[in-house]
Write a protein that binds this ligand. Structure first.
Ligand code: GLA
Length: 593
């Protein structure tokens, strides 16, 4: 949680603006509620000094950095000031030689790096160790966002390279085609950053934000490399774009866990469709980010924030939900293009959850919320408390009908009797389940992501297509392609859907048993290849199924797991490479005591 200069000021960032925002965060009580990171985004740099490669701060906008002496400039006075306020400081760089504002900023863009072509190469490419040592060990930053425009936008035939402004770097990322993206190299470059961060921060007290916009197959590896990973291109203050960004992260619950989160981009609460005249939209944006455990990074000039917006940022119940230490991102319980229902487990009490009912459209909806959506007993009372008004609704049994206004998100604290007594479904604890290998061989864009009119191109061209290559990744309570789980004609409301040739890791606490009904899912594209299912505890085989083909009834796997720390659920097919995309289901997969 924190604040970033980008959505508030773009590259027109100044020390005064950042410090004023930091002061407001402290004075308003938002810091005490958890908004700790004060992040400077693009625009801070002046140039790279050629004598020794040391980065220089643009002291005209960050006057405290004008330290003089052999260093010429230093951010240390700034970070000291931020730390004295009890806050943490974030900085911004790029994986390539140049930044996003250099790539996309027009002629009037303020604060672009200055000097010769080499002086204007402010990114990490070829300088990663020196820069990260400077930013973390010398300057004392606590957070870095590493963007990727430098490895994407400076092709030899691009206008700014051809006219001599920038050196060419053959693009490693092609937004439109993961096949033309050098996934191995992108992963290696981000991993190099992570290694330097570990080295220069041996206490591990830093945040590494990967900004590759969902490209380069980040779904499969960023959770092991960084703490945040962007799942889409930039958010803008428009409803449609917010939907695009939200959708890119919303079905990826299994890919978030404590220490590494899906990042649908920073908040735009306060601007455009989410300003003080659009509080329904602003509250939806904030509630949805809270539900999917997204970073809550304010992108607004807090000096002018009216009380209604400060109340949204400061809603302690939504903050607690977002920051719940167990880190279970909400799971989709119901989905159409009009209405979605998300359920988020809380760590402290398995009977306590949060539920959000989101009306995406422009007509009011009467939405039926069922005990089943919450995995609660239909015969027992379900209690809901509205997290905005704090009002308790009358308890209901079975189902309740709720009116949801256009673009509104109802969000409740929920309590009921869990359907699974003495155990917990793996899909209820996605923060403890890691798709270490998800079986995806050919990453594909997720076709269900909302397609908004491009904020940049307008309606020129054919229209933006989904780009986030998350399709086919493991899902909670759904197949990798978003269908209901079903094996041999038997449906499963709970379970994990994944491709074959996959390995799920489950961190055990004190549970004693795992059970699951396994088999090839009825929705599989490949109906020919049998799959065998295995359960390992700390590397030791504990249970194994027979080879199960499409149409076979589900087989029950059960194993005593007492005393083990790490469970691995492996589904192995005889088809190497998984090119046929065999869909498998761990139906009702659950841990029990
Ligand atoms: C990219 C990122 C944004 C922001 C800008 C800065 O577009 O995705 O979040 O950092 O660069 O130029």
């Amino acid at each position: 949680m924190g604040w970033s200069s980008w959505n508030a000021f773009g590259t027109d960032v100044t020390e005064a603006r950042v410090l004023d925002s930091a002061n407001t965060i402290v004075a308003s009580g938002l810091a005490a509620k958890g908004y700790l990171y004060i992040n400077i985004d693009d625009g801070w740099w002046l140039k790279r000094r050629q004598s020794d490669g040391r980065m220089q701060v643009r002291t005209a906008i960050f006057p405290s950095a004008a330290t003089g002496g052999p260093d010429e400039s230093s951010f240390r006075p700034f970070t000291d000031q931020i730390h004295r306020m009890g806050l943490k400081a974030g900085i911004y760089s790029d994986l390539g030689r140049n930044s996003c504002s250099q790539a996309y900023g027009g002629p009037g863009t303020p604060n672009l790096p200055e000097g010769t072509l080499a002086e204007r190469e402010v990114g990490l490419y070829g300088h990663a160790e020196k820069d990260l040592k400077l930013y973390f060990e010398d300057w004392g930053f606590d957070f870095i966002k590493v963007d990727g425009c430098g490895v994407r936008a400076f092709a030899p035939d691009s206008a700014k390279v051809k006219d001599g402004q920038y050196q060419a770097l053959v693009p490693l990322i092609d937004f439109q085609s993961v096949n033309r993206t050098d996934v191995t190299e992108i992963k290696a470059l981000y991993t190099e950053v992570a290694d330097h961060l570990k080295h220069y921060n041996p206490d591990g007290d830093y945040v590494f934000s990967i900004c590759a916009w969902g490209s380069a197959d980040v779904r499969s590896w960023a959770k092991n490399v960084g703490n945040l990973s962007r799942t889409s291109d930039d958010i803008t203050p428009s409803w449609g774009r917010m939907l695009t960004n939200f959708d890119s992260a919303a079905t990826r619950a299994l890919y978030a866990h404590p220490g590494s989160w899906n990042d649908p981009d920073m908040l735009f609460v306060g601007h455009g469709d989410f300003d003080e005249n659009h509080l329904t939209e602003a509250k939806s944006h904030f509630a949805l980010w809270a539900m999917i455990s997204a970073p809550l990074i304010i992108g607004y000039d807090l000096r002018k924030a009216p009380p209604e917006l400060m109340e949204i940022f400061g809603n302690s119940d939504l903050i607690a939900l977002n920051q719940d230490p167990s880190g279970h991102q909400a799971v989709l319980a119901y989905e159409t293009d009009d209405v979605q229902i998300f359920v988020k487990s809380r760590g402290d009490d398995p009977a306590r959850k949060a539920v959000a009912i989101f009306n995406r459209g422009t007509a009011p909806q009467d939405v039926i919320l069922t005990a089943d959506h919450l995995k609660y007993m239909a015969a027992d009372d379900v209690h809901l408390v509205d997290l905005w008004t704090k009002a308790a609704l009358p308890a209901f049994k079975g189902e309740v009908k709720l009116r949801v206004e256009p673009r509104q998100t109802l969000i409740f604290d929920a309590h009921g009797t869990r359907t699974l007594k003495g155990g917990i479904y793996l899909s209820e604890i996605p923060g403890r389940v890691n798709p270490a290998v998800d079986g995806v061989v050919t990453p594909q864009a997720d076709p269900f992501i909302h397609r908004a009119v491009s904020p940049w191109a307008g309606s020129r061209g054919r229209g933006d297509l989904p780009m986030y290559a998350g399709w086919g990744g493991a899902q909670a309570d759904a197949t990798p392609f978003g269908r209901s789980l079903q094996i041999g004609g038997k449906p499963f409301a709970s379970g994990i859907g994944i491709l074959a040739n996959s390995r799920l890791e489950v961190r055990l606490k004190d549970e004693r048993r795992i059970t699951a009904s396994v088999g090839v899912d009825d929705s599989t594209l490949d109906t020919a290849t049998p799959v065998t299912f295995y359960v390992y505890g700390d590397g030791k085989l504990l249970a194994q199924s027979s080879a199960l083909g499409f149409g076979s009834a589900p087989e029950t796997l059960s194993a005593d797991v007492a005393g083990y720390k790490l469970l691995e659920l492996v589904a192995r097919s005889t088809a190497p490479g998984n090119a046929e995309r065999t869909v498998v289901t761990w139906g009702n997969a659950a841990l029990s005591n």
